[in-house]
Design a protein around this ligand. Structure first.
Ligand SMILES: Cc1ncc(C[n+]2csc(CCOP(=O)(O)OP(=O)(O)O)c2C)c(N)n1
Length: 377
């Protein structure tokens, strides 16, 4: 009698990605010349400055939340390289669809810091008129989509935008960020499936930061890697050291350039969420501090700084001066945001309809002329 192994060609889920992670910046600060994207020094300095600026903002926003001056912040501490490196790899006409940790990508695109801080305060100048939680920004003129809290929604939206661009004959790619936890959402399946079938030019950027709030990545999936998931949908996938900004830039840039002809790519960016999930979370309840300390040693900001210092392009004095500049810029934006009024009552009726329907006209009139005080929120 034959055993089952001899007749049934069952394929075991062996991973083809096990040790295949691209790194450019070595721990001692030197570059692996065979994979170095060879960017101009000025560009690499811009990367570093953007990462430091993002970190300064992150740290200050947590303080503001603790002081009760803003309600919430969801940050990118430890994930700056994969966020800024991938944003920098997108071409000016490409679209970026955020998850919720990507304010660094939005600022990289040129969104004014004041507008970002206004969003944190939900004041009259907030782009979403105070209708969302803090950190739910959007920047259409910057080709940057809107943060939406329900996990995964941005993936199907990104595929729709990419498919539309393709139908119009526009040479535009769309990148979309999500955490590894979001690979368990329905929208991941729907988005990946449609992107694969339609060959939509989408770069799926999975920030594998090891934690989905309190769920560790090893409990998120039985797949060996998150990159493996691309293979199932017929989507080429790659793993990259997400704490190495040059490696992330190189990988994402190649995917972007090929996406017009070849369709979607999945990039698993290996990183670590150093902070809590958000200011509403205390990670000490579910993870050991030792783990965080270990990851701090691969800190993306220190890694790039070590490289720039090895090459004599940066030093302690420049670092101090740049941090002070970032702090002063942020302080001025916070002071201005705190002076601004709340959105007006009538702003509730703006920004959705090109022509306001009669029932909204009615409701607006009732609200503004009714018994409710005009400054009531
Ligand atoms: C559909 C849905 N389910 C649950 C939540 C609550 N929630 C918010 S963030 C989060 C974890 C997401 O983890 P991951 O996708 O890995 O991203 P990360 O926060 O680590 O960047 C969960 C479960 C939600 N926002 N939407």
């Amino acid at each position: 009698m034959q055993t089952q192994e001899q007749v049934v060609p069952i394929r075991t889920p062996e991973s083809s990605f096990d040790d295949d992670v691209l790194t450019v910046i070595q721990p001692d600060g030197t570059l692996d010349a065979s994979v170095d994207p060879k960017l101009p020094t000025e560009t690499v300095l811009d990367f570093y400055k953007a990462m430091v600026r993002t970190r300064v903002i992150d740290e200050q926003l947590v303080r503001l939340q603790r002081q009760g001056r803003i309600g919430f912040h969801i940050g990118s501490l430890g994930e700056e390289a994969c966020i800024i490196g991938s944003a920098a790899a997108m071409r000016p006409n490409d679209w970026i669809m955020p998850c919720y940790r990507e304010f660094g990508a939005l600022l990289w695109r040129g969104f004014p810091l004041q507008s970002y801080v206004d969003n944190m305060y939900g004041n009259a100048d907030d782009v979403v008129k105070g209708r969302q939680m803090p950190d739910h920004y959007t920047g259409k003129p910057y080709r940057f989509g809107s943060v939406s809290s329900p996990i995964g929604t941005q993936m199907t939206q990104a595929v729709g935008i990419a498919h539309a661009a393709k139908l119009k004959g526009n040479d535009e790619a769309v990148s979309v960020y999500f955490g590894e936890g979001a690979t368990s959402s329905n929208d991941f399946h729907t988005g990946m499936n449609f992107a694969g079938v339609l060959k939509a030019p989408v770069i799926f950027l999975c920030r594998n930061n090891r934690w989905a709030i309190s769920v560790p990545s090893e409990k998120q999936t039985a797949s060996k890697t998150f990159a493996d998931k691309g293979v199932a949908y017929g989507i080429p996938a790659v793993r990259v050291d997400g704490n190495d900004i040059l490696a992330t830039y190189k990988v994402v840039r190649e995917c972007v350039e090929r996406s017009g002809e070849e369709g979607p790519f999945l990039v698993e960016m290996l990183t670590y969420r150093v902070g809590g999930h958000s200011t509403s979370d205390d990670p000490r309840a579910y993870r050991v501090q030792d783990e965080v300390e270990q990851w701090r040693r691969t800190d993306p900001v220190l890694r790039l700084r070590r490289h720039l210092e090895t090459e004599k392009h940066w030093d302690e004095a420049k670092d101090e001066a740049w941090k002070k500049e970032c702090e002063a810029e942020l302080k001025a934006c916070i002071a201005a945001a705190e002076e601004k009024p709340k959105p007006s009552l009538e702003s509730m009726f703006e920004g959705v309809w090109e022509e306001k329907p009669w029932h909204l006209e009615d409701q607006q009139e009732q609200l503004l002329n009714g018994p409710r005080a005009k400054d009531h929120h």
